[in-house]
Design a protein around this ligand. Sequence first.
Ligand code: FES
Length: 80
Amino acid sequence: MIKIEICCGLNCLAHGGQELLDILENNEKYKKNCEIKCVNCLNECGDTAENSPVIKINDKIYKKITADCMMNLIENFISK
Ligand code: FES
């Protein structure tokens, strides 16, 4: 099971995190293979949210991640 923590802090949600969350919550394959958690600010966003959105996949932090990048990472983990 892939562990995904998506930052649901204000900075991240306002800078793309909501889109990431919507993708995760609406994809049956991801829901089947991933444990998806919405977490409080991971303290990685930076003062001006320059690193947002932030997510953690299997305990590794990814900053300023795009939806495409997140989906590629997840596909890689699923195919391992
Ligand atoms: S709001 Fe996401 S790391 Fe701070």
